[in-house]
Design a protein around this ligand. Structure first.
Ligand code: ADP
Ligand code: TRP
Length: 337
């Protein structure tokens, strides 16, 4: 392998709230896989503490984290090239979160889009963990002095807040300790993969049938895609596509060849398109695209010894990096003992 070139420190994670879907894969995990060969220091973790905001069943917690770990590895993350760990195993993150909370203000936290959205959708559980979610996320990144954070478009505001907290800390303690991280995608723009339900981004909290999971069998993929929402078809030449149809073309861009896409674009524009054909092609290309990952998921899932070893070594490497940051943070804040 060629020498890794870049000095930026890469940090990213996903909440273990279900199986990874195509949005997680294209918006985040595929990026991680590319970056592991380019950057000297990459930290990818499973944000199990973040998942506590929605009170998961304790009996499921370990299994949920294992699901993400297995799917990260099956997607091509290589523990020899990067550091991979569970957020709850790196205690320094929780310590930094506690410290940063002293300089995070109720007003700015309440204005966060993700908080407002959660407060609206789960009015019976607007807990302090939800309010301070961006502080914990900033701590995940800043604990390793992360500078580039591969995430999907939905995380942009959280990154902006991480920059605010880093800047504020440096300013208050008059030292340049925490860098200002930015959301990043190797393609130069952040990505939003749509779902199959006709509108919105693909999400783990969608109905099962509108998200495409990495673990889905070819049969499941075909069934879901054939049922995707469309409309009755174009009624004018070169008509603008409605969102649901545009979404199918967007999905195609990630898995089909340029020739295939051009073929269906032409059919749409001259009004001869049959959505059934488009979906059949999309399903076939999706199966080819995801099969290698699905097969690896099945192989890795049963290898508990390997998974344990990956987490143990990852925790050790992450702890070393985090301890260095915490020494500086504690000292800046006056904890010199
Ligand atoms: P979800 O929103 O489905 O619960 P997470 O919040 O765990 O997924 O997201 C994990 C990562 O995947 C984040 O970097 C997030 O930006 C990215 N991501 C999630 N959904 C999408 C999507 N539809 N398109 C692009 N990236 C996405
Ligand atoms: N908030 C992210 C999400 O919902 C997950 C996450 C937690 C994260 N901590 C992070 C992503 C740190 C990048 C860096 O997708």
């Amino acid at each position: 392998m060629a020498d890794k070139k870049f000095e930026d420190i890469i940090v990213s994670g996903a909440r273990p709230t279900g199986n990874l879907h195509l949005g997680n894969y294209i918006g985040a995990v595929q990026q991680f896989v590319k970056m592991q060969d380019l950057y000297k220091k990459c930290f990818f973790f499973i944000a199990d503490i973040h998942s506590l905001t929605t009170h998961p069943n304790p009996a499921d917690l370990e299994e949920n984290a294992k699901t993400v770990l297995v799917e990260y590895l099956a997607s091509g993350l290589d523990p020899d090239k990067i550091t991979i760990y569970r957020q709850s195993d790196l205690h320094e993150t929780s310590m930094l979160y506690l410290f940063l909370n002293m300089h995070a203000y109720k007003g700015e936290l309440e204005r966060t889009t993700s908080f407002k959205e959660k407060a609206r959708t789960q009015p019976d559980n607007i807990n302090a963990g939800l309010l301070t979610y961006p502080v914990l996320m900033a701590s995940d990144i800043l604990i390793h002095k992360g500078t580039k954070v591969p995430v999907g478009k939905d995380q942009e505001q959280h990154l902006e807040m991480a920059r605010t907290f880093a800047k504020r800390f440096n300013h208050i303690y008059k030292q340049d300790i925490l860098p200002e991280p930015e959301a990043f995608n190797t393609l130069g723009k952040l990505i939003k993969v749509p779902g199959l339900g006709g509108s919105g981004k693909m999400s783990k909290s969608d109905e099962e049938s509108t998200a495409i999971y990495l673990k889905d069998s070819p049969k499941e993929l075909e069934k879901k895609i054939m049922r995707a929402v469309t409309d009755t078809g174009p009624t004018q030449l070169n008509q603008k596509k409605p969102e649901a149809v545009d979404n199918l073309f967007s999905l195609m861009k990630h898995v089909s060849s340029p020739d295939t896409i051009a073929y269906f674009e032409e059919k749409y524009n001259d009004m001869t398109i049959r959505y059934g054909d488009l979906k059949k092609q999309l399903a076939a290309d999706m199966v080819v695209f995801l099969s290698p990952v699905r097969e690896k998921i099945e192989a890795i899932r049963t290898n508990d010894e390997y998974l344990k070893k990956v987490l143990k070594e990852g925790t050790e490497k992450a702890t070393e990096s985090a301890a260095n940051t915490m020494r500086e943070v504690r000292s800046a804040m006056g904890f010199r003992h």
